[in-house]
Design a protein around this ligand. Sequence first.
Ligand code: NAP
Length: 297
Amino acid sequence: MSITEIGWIGTGVMGFYMCEHLIKAGYHLTIFNRTKSKAEALIGLGAKWVDSPKQVAEASQIICIMVGFPYDVRDVVLNQTNGVLAGCKEGDIICDFTTSTPTLAKNIYEEAKMKGVRTLDCPVSGGDVGAKEARLTIMCGGDKEAFDQMIPLFKIMGKTYNLMGGAGAGQHTKAVNQTIIASTMIGVCEGLLYAQRSGLDPTEVLNAVGGGAAASFSLSVYWPRVVKGDLSPGFFVKHFVKDLTIVCEECDKMGIVLPGVQKAKELYTMLRDEIEGGAEMGTQALIKVLEKINKKE
Ligand code: NAP
């Protein structure tokens, strides 16, 4: 393999676009996803389909992963029969972009090291728009040498990429990101409900305040989606509850309490469990919970 062969596992909302950018940049991609139909368009662009994460690894030197939950990452990487590590060769790099736990990132790093395989935990932020427009923020944990080798790929998918420390540091940084977003999303949806109930035009309110001190990614991207009645993902509610649970678990380990994150976890768990179809909606659907709490008589 003279050219760098890239493997990709997980072609959902985020993975699809990230993978597409690499193919369009001229890389050879070998891909796998649980549901093949979500990879068909990438196969059409020239990606080679194989039937397991292990086969992806066998055909690749750099294996990228963008699946949903930590248990998906564990299975994709560590499954002894069909997992990535079972198919890796010495010198390969496994780069996990999934938002997962710092502990799992460290476990995978240690397991891989025994085979001479390098790993990076590289969760991203920037949403579906950031993935589509190759403007992701990439937060990395692992060894500098592996990070440096990934930079050409990061440049194709992202706007910023930073090595934050050893294995797990990327996931800790993403936990900080989600801590900030937790209260921001509550603020955006509460502001919108206030605007509506006070008789203001929500679009005019966004024009008025969107460039001031209240400006944020969540405000500019998600407010207009709610105004249009678009509650589709974007960023799945089920994934945000997963992220907020990770933050709370890490806080427990550190012996700290973050009331904003706890409140967001409570509200988003209500959305996931008590609003029909809530788990599969986008995070802007929090408006549904606020409407339920503030039902008009
Ligand atoms: P998604 O659309 O659900 O994509 C995940 C993909 O991984 C799905 O296509 C899924 O297959 C596949 N997958 C899961 N387990 C697998 C397995 N064992 N083997 C093979 N494929 C498997 O989710 P997403 O929105 O792209 O998010 C992916 C990750 O990025 C999550 O951890 C999320 O928290 C994080 N993230 C998302 C956003 C966002 O705005 N969407 C932003 C930043 C970070 P199926 O097609 O069968 O479901």
